[in-house]
Design a protein around this ligand. Structure first.
Ligand code: NAD
Length: 427
């Protein structure tokens, strides 16, 4: 993520704040993170040496509740990235009406270069540094890029050891056996799928006539196309970090998933696995995939992939964002002019944080819901949020992104105004 992503996020916030006539005091409150803690983590490596890693945790805004957001382990992590992601979490939680503010954390590290025991020591060290900054009523971490449920288990365990009490609600995305929730695994992809099903209803689509390209075939990307394919959508292009494959006949998503699991790259299906014998296919680059003339394009990997360099070549009719920030704010207006519908990240990838919220609720109440119940509750939240966003867009001739921000900013505005703004104090 480039360093100007935070500035890009602020530009978009300011622009939509004006458009939606949000109280200036409210927008300016959101222009600054409430607090960010930086720490140097000292980790004993397997060879006996000590190494230092920089860690961040940002509680961006907590007017609607304790802050919520993932912890990323990645070499590019920096304070601005963490703050941009925490701002987006603030908007996202408000869009789906969760009683949470926005937070985010990260460690600047390449976890692929660490042994599993070094990753465990790093994770525990992160919690020792952050223990007074997080908590079930303050700030609740979760997994993000290159962190997973096992790491969340270590983190919860370390927090409980420090606090000397059981607090499963301090972290979400935990293993089921340690208080995780069923339905968390595919929640992000399922949330995006539910948004596409609403688009389908609004447009009266026949799924069998619709083509889909997905960039990124991980947790979010795989789960959304798996569900879409079951309903008849044709998945014509799939990619991972190593490249993309295309077939106008459509791919069998699960065969590719299993081939990738075995070989660790999507391209392996060309020659090493049976799926390449079943379908004709072409190789593409990730840049080419983004510009395919498909009905639905799902960026589910990186930020900034739709930008001023390729905006003129974008041919998809609908873009459903699973990655955070795949469209840079400079091209928002151009997409609108081109008549491309964008379901924004703050709505379409909110399924993950919604089921994280369910996990927190279950932990706090000592209960566990069935998968069916989790799916039903997720559907209700996503469908309601989608339709609220849709209505604001129709009423005001807004894009869905402008409308989602408007919905979120109005909720945050109401909460901030309840404490009194300049209007109240200068009466
Ligand atoms: P993941 O690690 O499971 O999968 C990422 C996929 O992207 C992998 O297939 C990887 O090979 C591919 N990829 C990496 N670099 C790429 C590149 N340069 N070009 C094309 N593909 C590339 O991650 P995920 O959990 O699916 O998350 C993907 C995105 O969605 C991230 O931006 C993340 O922040 C966002 N997101 C995820 C969740 C969630 O719950 N998983 C929730 C909200 C947002």
């Amino acid at each position: 993520m480039p360093n100007n992503t935070y500035q890009d996020a602020l530009n978009r916030l300011e622009k939509i704040g004006k458009l939606a006539d949000i109280n200036e005091e409210v927008v300016s409150t959101l222009m600054y993170p409430k607090s960010t803690l930086t720490a140097s983590l000292c980790v004993r490596m397997d060879n006996g040496s000590r190494e230092y890693f920089t860690a961040y945790r940002c509680r961006y805004n907590d007017i609607l509740g304790p802050t919520k957001g993932g912890v990323r382990f990645h070499p590019d992590v920096n304070q601005q990235e963490v703050e941009a992601l925490a701002l987006w979490m603030t908007i996202k939680c408000a869009v789906v009406d969760l009683p949470f503010g926005g937070g985010k954390g990260g460690v600047t590290v390449n976890p692929k270069k660490l042994s599993p025991m070094e990753v465990e020591r790093l994770s525990r060290s992160f919690i020792r540094a952050m223990a007074d900054f997080i908590g079930p009523n303050v700030d609740i971490p979760a997994p993000d890029v290159y962190t997973n449920e096992r790491i969340m288990g270590w983190m919860m365990d370390e927090f409980e050891a420090i606090k000397r009490m059981k607090t499963p609600d301090v972290i979400t995305g935990k293993p089921l056996s340690l208080g995780g929730s069923v339905g968390r695994g595919d929640a992000t992809g399922r949330g995006a799928y539910l948004c596409i099903k609403e688009l389908e209803k609004k447009n009266g689509w026949n799924p069998e006539d619709k083509t889909v390209a997905v960039q990124g075939f991980g947790n979010g990307g795989y789960n959304v196309v798996k569900l879409l394919q079951k309903d008849g959508y044709k998945i014509v292009a799939i990619s991972d970090s190593k490249g993309a494959i295309y077939s106008d006949k459509g791919f069998d998503v699960d065969s590719i998933y299993h081939a990738k699991q075995e070989s660790d790259k999507v391209k392996a299906v060309y020659c090493e696995h049976s799926v390449c014998e079943q379908v004709e296919h072409d190789r593409l680059s990730n840049e080419e995939l983004i510009c395919l003339p498909v009905d639905i394009l799902i960026p589910a990997a990186m930020d900034g992939v739709i930008n001023s360099d390729n905006i003129d070549d974008i041919q998809a009719k609908h873009i459903v964002e699973i990655a955070n920030g795949p469209v840079v704010s400079d091209v928002d207006d151009k997409l609108k002019e081109k008549g491309i519908t964008v379901v924004p990240d703050v709505l379409s990838n909110a399924g993950g944080v919604t089921v994280s919220y369910f996990e927190w609720v279950q932990n706090r109440n000592g209960i566990s819901w069935s998968e069916e119940e989790v799916h039903e509750r997720l559907k209700k939240r996503m469908v309601e949020a989608f339709n609220q966003v849709w209505e604001i867009a129709e009423e005001n001739d807004f894009s869905l992104r402008e409308s989602a921000y408007t919905l979120a900013l109005r909720r945050i505005e109401n909460a901030i105004e309840a404490h009194g703004t300049q209007k109240y104090f200068s009466r």
